[in-house]
Ligand binder design. Structure first.
Ligand code: PMP
Length: 403
């Protein structure tokens, strides 16, 4: 065969050289306890037979919950395993509507719309809104970045969680164009909880600044839905649902399912279901995913499951800090700062060998010199599991020389 380009092996080798090659690691279950299968390339750490995962987004431990599993089963039996078509064709069901009502209710919004993923919700929404300018926090999730690439005429990145820099950038743009967001369509977009830093955006201040310039505000609550504000997220906790124009999130983390959503006023949802290409041209959310998400949302709102998570978070944070680790953030995401990428990798490997799965996060995912272990506990971790995690951090930290 002639040499026709697309040398993917070479591209993979390049990634390998740059330390950017990733692998899939099949686990038997996604719950707090997982046994990892042999790594196909044979160089994965030995996770042992009884590994504990301290790095999943299954924050409430509901992926293995019988009630949620039964809700998924019931949806599969009574509605179907798949929606069969786009919602706009024949894929719309009462179950989708019920989930959207529940989401709108917990968000304090008029209406909600579910997408097949949070990624699709971000890309489809920003593309459909087609803003003249998006002002985007520098640590926003890749799906927001991709939405901006596809849908925005111009994207201005502001310093992480910094409303003063946001104001300066809005003012600069306003001076440059003699326009403001009132004449052009300007959108300010931020995650609420940042997944690699575990911190929370200063949402009230962001809304104030956006108001000054007539810009809309969109907040991605992927890591907050089901956990804060009676399930509704940080926007709801801070009483900002009337000031945030677009509330968005995923069903795939605390809600233990799959799918994404947007909540807002009637006009927003009606417009998106007509104009968001990732909604219009994609099959409706699978009914089992909708059924599971509804039940998870109910459990998140009506039981003490979130409190169990917060207790575990406090124990872990206090224990790690008492050992001398610097733990960033203020949420269920506990980034343990290591600094050097090789130290972080070594620490992650040592933890894995002692059966604690909490991988290193390295540049370019995080800035140079801030490599870290991202610890994310699950509400169903037992006290013994948390002790084991802390012991492993102590031993591994001493061995690697970061304590
Ligand atoms: N937004 C944020 C902030 C996320 O962390 C993620 C998932 N990593 C997404 C959106 C995408 O959600 P999904 O996994 O449902 O596509």
């Amino acid at each position: 065969m002639t040499d026709r380009g697309f040398d993917l092996e070479a591209r993979l080798r390049e990634r390998e050289r740059a330390g950017l090659r990733r692998d899939l690691r099949p686990a038997e279950t996604v719950g707090a306890r997982a046994r990892f299968a042999d790594d196909p390339r044979g160089d994965a750490p030995d996770y042992g037979a009884e590994s504990l995962v301290f790095a999943s987004n299954d924050y409430l431990g509901l992926t293995g919950d019988r009630r949620v599993q039964r809700a998924a089963e019931l949806a599969a039996r009574s509605v179907g395993t798949g929606a069969g078509a786009s919602r706009l064709v024949t894929g719309d069901t009462g179950l989708h509507r019920a989930l959207e009502r529940d989401l709108a209710d917990c968000k304090g919004a008029e209406r909600a719309l579910v997408f097949s993923s949070g990624y699709a919700a971000n890309v489809g929404t920003i593309d459909a809104l087609a803003p003249d300018v998006v002002f985007s926090d520098e640590l926003n999730h890749a799906s927001i970045v991709d939405g901006c690439r596809i849908g925005a005429d111009e994207t201005v990145v502001y310093d992480h969680a910094d409303p003063d820099d946001l104001r300066a950038k809005l003012a600069q743009r306003a001076a440059g164009s003699l326009d403001s967001g009132a004449e052009e369509d300007w959108l300010v977009v931020t995650d609420s909880v940042f997944s690699m830093d575990g911190d929370v955006a200063p949402l009230a201040a962001v809304c104030d600044v956006a108001d000054e310039f007539g810009a809309w505000v969109m907040v991605d609550e992927a890591h907050a839905t089901g956990l804060f504000g009676d399930g509704g997220g940080v926007v709801q906790r801070e009483g900002l649902s009337d000031r945030v124009d677009v509330q968005l999130g995923t069903l795939s983390k605390a809600l233990a399912s799959q799918g994404g959503y947007v909540a807002g006023d009637e006009a927003l949802v009606e417009y998106l279901l007509n104009a968001a290409r990732s909604f219009v041209f994609s099959t409706g959310l699978a009914p089992p995913a909708a059924g599971a998400a509804r039940e998870s949302l109910r459990i998140a709102r009506e039981t003490d499951r979130p409190e169990r998570l917060w207790e575990t978070v406090e124990t872990l944070r206090a224990g790690l800090e008492a050992m001398g680790y610097e733990v960033l953030g203020e949420t269920q995401v506990l980034p343990v700062l290591v600094g050097d990428r090789d130290d972080a990798l070594a620490l992650g490997d040592r933890l894995a060998e002692s059966g604690i799965v909490a991988p290193a996060i390295r540049p370019p995912t995080v800035p140079e010199g801030t490599a870290r272990i991202r610890v994310a506990p699950t509400a169903t971790h037992s006290a013994a599991a948390v002790d084991r995690c802390l012991e492993a951090f102590e031993t591994a930290g001493r061995e690697v020389g970061v304590l």
